[in-house]
Design a protein around this ligand. Structure first.
Ligand code: GLN
Ligand code: ZN
Length: 710
């Protein structure tokens, strides 16, 4: 007889892990720089985990997750757990970080975005076989137990893991490892294990649904295993729900912020009613109504977050500068945990009446079309005006940011800062001239971040002091909060671009962030359709484009690295999204004259799937991530009619590519792309790199282009 299990009444699917003061970031950087031993990095990790568990327990949360901490990435951790460590990394000094960041000899694993978030994971690369290495989840369970706390280890589930690795056909091989993991955790006294299956909220083929059934029937079979909690998030389980419900898993996690009300009975429902993706306070009546309605069918209703709280900042507490009226509408991770706890209390007390809010009608208004002259007309005008050599060399915008600059930005002396920024622009221009680049940039020294900078200069946005969210590894961003109508107060980037252009005879690229990306990397208001918010931003960008042209900037790049990120996970919604997202980009850029060359840039976003939309942006030149995936994207770009710059320098790694490597990548590109449309550029901006790497790398790009021109 299988024992009847109960789940703690309140939980969260995961928690931020970078540290409230970004302690992990600093520890990682110190370790990577060789300043501290690995043991010190691990002590920092242990302290952060302890702090999180204690805090969650203090706030009254009952179900504490473990193994949600990571030194770099939880998908990489799962790969290690399953023994999916490619052979070539094993000899590295630290194989884990070799996979994450590469070494002088080895390129890192490919990195891409976690579903529709701005979190990046490392794409697992599977070897010949799998084998269990349960040391990390075991260590975390034991650490928490020593603090007197029972935890529920969280692991990426087999279906999602294999789908991310592009190898679902290996299910039969990986399931025994999960079985063994469950046995090991049961022996450790673990009562519940959370298997994350966010891949189940996207469209799944019959074969994939079959894999879900196979996996969870098999993992659910042993009697002496921990309780199985399969967590879905970022959307609706759809056709995966009945499949999961037909397996022996005891608990199913549903995202009730984005997903529909689930038809579910006889299971424990872990109800994600507190959003893990936004920063707004939860509507208690709505949440309680949903929880009550679930009680009708579910064996038990557990109050939870819609996904891990990894995607929101730690706490509102340090945000003293926010307008009090706005602050009162906000909830970050700590405040969200308090909401979960309070909702669980209300649910238990019998408060609230069952109600399922009506689904908002789908908004499908036609999208306006904006057109410039046909490309050949523009191309001729630009060639005449810019007079660039074949295979022009450029960068994506940012140059390394010095500590001095960051200190001055944080400091109180605007005049000193201004002087420093100008000096930095001059230095970057001189460097590019010396290295021989063809289209220069000013280096973006005035920007803390490509979105935050614009947010600070636009009405309708608030920025936080301390609202850091992990983007990948040690990288964090502080997403601004869109709380009202967006409009431009005045020119934003114009004086810096004009100053840079005044220093050189070569064209300087004006550098703007696109409307989709500005919105994607912000927390957004929920009272206006996403599309309308994006169009408000597009209008502001359009005004900025016009002002840049007016001061003589003839190349303008409008970055849209997040275009893919907002792509709905369900195919039925994708086409409409892409139509309006493209229209917003064209609204932002179509005011430019024919001779003004519009560039766009996309990165780390698996752009393969949206190439038609990238093409439809109608930019004159598109630079796109490519180096890290071994030029994978190249085969797909053949149909591009306009300029294209596949990245030939992976800036996410400290490695400096050799002239030969760059030449080889360019030669490959020339097999599918005509020489008169190929550009030479890095994969992305250089701001995370050091000058010691950037100078030789750019010199190698210039040398490779020069050799090929000959
Ligand atoms: N222009 C930006 C930069 O160079 C682009 C960054 C990005 O694509 N993420 O930093
Ligand atoms: Zn980029």
């Amino acid at each position: 007889m299988v024992k009847k299990r109960t789940f703690p009444s309140s939980t969260v699917l995961g928690y931020p892990r970078i540290g409230p003061d970004r302690e992990l970031k600093r520890a990682l950087e110190a370790y990577w720089a060789g300043r501290v031993p690995r043991s010190e990095l691990e002590e920092t990790g242990a302290r952060l985990r302890e702090r999180t568990w204690r805090r969650l327990a203090e706030l009254g949360l009952e179900g504490l997750p473990s193994n949600t901490f990571s030194l770099y990435d939880h998908v990489l951790d799962t790969a290690v757990l399953l023994g999916a460590v490619p052979e070539r990394y094993l000899a590295a000094r630290d194989p884990y970080f070799a996979m994450a960041r590469g070494t002088d000899e080895l390129a890192p694993l490919r990195m891409t975005k976690w579903f529709d978030t701005n979190y990046h994971y490392l794409v697992p690369e599977l070897g010949e076989s799998f084998h269990l290495d349960a040391s990390k989840p075991l260590a975390e369970v034991r650490q928490a137990r020593e603090l007197g706390l029972a935890t529920r280890p969280v692991v990426v589930g087999p279906v999602t893991f294999l789908l991310l690795a592009g190898a679902l056909e290996r299910l039969e091989e990986v399931l025994p490892v999960y079985e063994e993991l469950l046995a090991v955790l049961a022996a450790e006294g673990v009562e519940w294990v959370q298997l994350d299956e966010p891949a189940l909220v996207a469209d799944r083929s019959p074969a994939e649904l079959q894999a879900v059934e196979t996996a969870y029937k098999r993992l659910g079979a042993p009697a002496d295993r921990p309780g199985l909690f399969v967590a879905s998030y970022f959307g609706d389980l759809g056709e995966s729900l009945p499949v999961l419900a037909g397996t022996p898993v005891e608990a199913i996690g549903v995202d009730l912020v984005r997903g529909a009300f689930p038809d579910i009975s006889g299971k424990i429902v872990v109800a994600g009613v507190v959003s893990g993706r936004d920063v707004w306070r939860t509507d208690t009546d709505r949440a309680l109504g949903l929880l009550r309605a679930l009680e009708a069918g579910a064996e038990q209703v557990v109050v939870s977050t819609s996904c891990s709280l990894l995607h929101v900042p730690y706490s509102l507490e340090p945000e003293r500068d926010l307008d009090p009226a706005l602050r009162a509408r906000l909830a970050f991770a700590e405040e969200k945990v308090a909401e979960v706890v309070e909702l669980a209390r209300l649910l238990a007390s019998g408060a609230g009446t069952a109600s399922v809010p009506p689904a908002a009608p789908e908004e499908r208004r036609p999208v306006p079309q904006e057109r410039r002259s046909p490309y050949p007309v523009r191309a001729a005008a630009q060639a005449e005006h810019l007079r660039l050599p074949p295979l022009p060399v450029t960068t994506i915008g940012s140059f390394p940011q010095t500590g001095e600059l960051r200190a001055a930005r944080a400091g109180q002396d605007p005049e000193a800062y201004e002087v420093l920024v100008r000096a930095e622009i001059e230095r970057v221009i001189r460097l590019q001239e010396r290295l021989g680049l063809d289209v220069l940039v000013h280096g973006e020294p005035e920007r803390n971040d490509m979105v935050q900078y614009f947010a600070e200069h636009l009405d309708g946005f608030a920025v936080t002091r301390h609202g850091w969210v992990q983007s990948y590894g040690s990288r964090c961003t502080r997403p601004p909060i869109i709380h009202g109508d967006v409009s431009r107060r005045g020119p934003i980037t114009v004086r810096w671009a004009a100053y840079a252009q005044s220093l050189t005879g070569k064209p300087v690229k004006g550098m703007l962030t696109g409307p989709v990306t500005i919105v994607a990397w912000s927390f957004r208001r929920e009272d206006l359709p996403l599309r309308d918010v994006v169009f408000q931003v597009a209008e502001a960008v359009r005004q900025e484009v016009a002002d840049l042209e007016a001061v003589g900037i003839s190349v303008i790049q409008v970055d849209e690295p997040a275009l893919r990120e907002l792509l709905p996970l369900r195919r039925a919604e994708q086409e409409h999204y892409l139509a309006w997202a493209v229209a917003a980009y064209r609204r932002a850029t179509s005011g430019a004259a024919d001779r003004t060359q519009i560039h766009t840039h996309l990165c780390y976003s698996d752009a393969d799937q949206i190439l038609a939309a990238v093409d439809a942006l109608d930019a004159d030149v598109t630079s796109i991530e490519s180096a890290r995936s071994g030029g994978r994207i190249l085969g797909l770009l053949g149909g591009f009619e306009r300029g294209i710059g596949p990245g030939v320098y992976d800036i996410h790694s400290p490695r400096v590519p050799s002239v030969e490597e760059v030449t080889a990548l360019l030669r490959r590109a020339l097999e599918t792309l005509p020489a008169d449309r190929l550009w030479v550029n890095p994969d992305c901006g250089l701001k995370t790199r050091a000058y010691e790497q950037v100078e030789p790398a750019l010199a190698h790009l210039v040398a490779a282009a020069a050799a090929l021109r000959r």
